[in-house]
Design a protein around this ligand. Structure first.
Ligand code: GTP
Ligand code: MG
Length: 383
C-alpha cells in the first residue's frame, strides 16, 4: 500500500456501488493534485529528475532557459579540469611534459571560479585539450573518488570545443548533465493523461525539489505537509566517494542513514515512498574499471542474489541488488509507535534509474504513475 499517495475517497461508496460511469466521474473528481517531494543527498539527481519532468510533461527548454545555462555549463567544465589538475600533486602524479605543466598553470591562473565576463578563447580550449590527453591527468581523473569531482566532468571536458564556441547554445542533453546546487525549494506542476481504461482525464502532479546537502536539509520540513509520496533518490555510483560537506563520510552510507530518517519520519508516515536507485550508468562504469562496493561495505562479500533477481556473477547486478537489500533492511526495521495504526507504512517501491536518460525516466515514470492509479483503484475496491 502506498499510504496517502492518492487523496482518500471522500464518500462512503463500497465496491458494489461502483460502475464504469461512476468510476470515470470518480477518477475525474481527483482534481486534487498529487504532491510528490524529491528527497536525497546532494548530487543524487533530484533536480535532474525535475528537468526530465519538464522535458516529458511540460515543454522542452526555451531558448532563454538554454542561454541562461551557458554560464553554469562553462563553470562546470572549468571547475572539473581545475579540480583534476589541482589534485595531481596530492595523488603523487606528474604531467607528461613541461608543456602540459604550463597548461595546468594557465588553468590555475584563471582560478576555480570563472569571472562573469569570461569568454573562452582558442588558447583556453587548447590548454584543456593538452591536459585531457595527459596520462597523469587521465590517472587523476580515474582516481576522482579520492577527491570531489562533478559527475559530468568527462561529458563536458570531452565537449570543450563546442561549449567554448561564441555562439554555443546548450542542447537538452547538456542541460541534463549540468550541475547547479539547489539551495531553495522549487516546484513544478504538470498534467499526465490517465489511461481510458482507468477513467481517462488528466491528473495534475506537483513536484517539489529541495537541496540535499546537509546544510540544506533543515528546509525540508517546510514542504512535508500534505505530501502524497516521497521520491527518494539514491546514487548507486556513490559507493566509493565521500561527501563534499564531510570528506570523512562515505556518500552511500550517508544516503542510507538519510533514507532511514525519511522512512521513520513521523511527519511523512502517511506518504508513500518510492525509491530511485539512480546513476546506474556510473555504478556500472566503476565496476567495469574493477572497483567493488565490497571495499566499503565488507558484508557485500557474503551477500547472495536471490534466483528471481538474476545472475549472482554479474557484479553490476549483484551491486544494485545489494544496495536495494540495504534499503529493504531499513524498511523492515520495527517502526516507531504511531498513534494512527492505519498509517503504518508497509512497502517501498524501487526502480533502477539513470536520471540523465530521458527514455529511461519516461518508462520509470509511466510505471510509477500506473502504480499510483492501481493503488487508488484497489483502495476503492475496484481492482
Ligand atoms: N551519469 C549520470 N549523471 C547523473 C545522473 N543523475 C544525475 N546526474 C548528474 O549528477 C549531477 C548532480 O545532479 P543533480 O540533479 O543536480 O543533483 P541534486 O540531487 O539535485 O543535488 P542537490 O541540489 O545538491 O541536492 C548533475 O551533473 C547530473 O547531470 C545519472 O543517473 N547518471
Ligand atoms: Mg538539486
Amino acid at each position: 500500500m502506498l499510504g496517502r499517495i492518492f487523496p482518500r475517497p471522500t464518500n462512503n461508496m463500497t465496491k458494489s456501488t461502483y460502475n464504469k460511469k461512476e468510476l470515470k466521474s470518480f477518477t475525474k473528481s481527483f482534481e486534487k493534485a498529487i504532491k510528490i517531494l524529491l528527497l536525497g543527498t546532494g548530487e543524487s539527481g533530484k533536480s535532474t529528475i525535475i528537468n526530465q519532468m519538464k522535458i516529458l510533461h511540460i515543454n522542452e527548454f526555451t531558448p532563454a532557459e538554454r542561454i541562461e545555462r551557458i554560464s553554469v555549463i562553462r563553470q562546470n567544465l572549468h571547475e572539473s579540469i581545475y579540480e583534476i589538475v589541482a589534485n595531481m600533486e596530492d595523488l603523487g602524479l606528474n604531467f607528461d611534459c613541461q608543456t602540459n605543466k604550463n597548461s595546468a598553470q594557465y588553468i590555475y591562473t584563471i582560478g576555480k571560479i570563472l569571472r562573469e565576463d569570461f569568454k573562452p578563447e582558442d588558447t583556453y580550449v587548447e590548454h584543456i585539450q593538452n591536459l585531457w590527453y595527459d596520462r597523469g591527468v587521465q590517472e587523476c581523473f580515474r582516481r576522482s573518488n579520492e577527491y570531489q569531482l562533478n559527475d559530468s566532468a568527462k561529458y563536458f571536458i570531452d565537449r570543450v570545443e563546442i561549449v567554448s564556441k561564441a555562439d554555443y547554445i546548450p542542447t537538452t542533453n547538456d542541460i541534463l548533465h549540468s550541475r547547479k546546487i539547489t539551495t531553495t525549494i522549487h516546484e513544478v506542476k504538470f498534467n499526465v493523461k490517465i489511461p481510458k481504461n482507468m477513467g481517462g482525464g488528466l491528473q495534475e502532479f506537483r513536484m517539489f525539489d529541495v537541496g540535499g546537502q546537509r546544510d540544506q536539509r533543515n528546509k525540508w520540513m517546510y514542504v512535508f505537509d500534505g505530501i502524497d509520496a516521497v521520491l527518494f533518490i539514491i546514487s548507486c555510483g556513490d559507493f566509493d566517494q565521500n561527501l563534499r560537506e564531510d570528506p570523512k563520510q562515505n556518500r552511500l552510507n550517508e544516503a542510507l542513514k538519510l533514507f532511514r530518517g525519511v522512512w521513520h519520519n513521523r511527519f511523512l508516515v502517511s506518504a508513500g515512498i518510492i525509491c530511485f536507485l539512480n546513476k546506474q550508468d556510473i555504478m556500472e562504469r566503476k565496476i567495469m574499471e574493477g572497483k567493488s562496493i565490497g571495499k566499503y561495505f565488507p558484508e557485500y562479500e557474503n551477500f547472495r542474489v536471490s534466483a528471481k533477481d538474476g545472475s549472482m556473477f554479474d557484479e553490476s547486478n549483484k551491486t544494485r541488488c545489494f544496495i536495494r537489500h540495504k534499503l529493504l533492511e531499513i524498511t523492515s526495521e520495527t517502526p516507531r509507535p504511531i498513534v494512527n495504526k492505519e498509517c503504518v507504512r508497509k512497502e517501498c517501491y524501487f526502480h533502477f534509474t539513470v536520471a540523465t536518460d530521458t527514455d529511461n525516466i519516461r518508462k520509470v515514470f509511466y510505471d510509477v504513475h500506473s502504480m499510483i492509479l492501481n493503488d487508488i483503484l484497489s483502495r476503492m475496491g475496484l481492482l
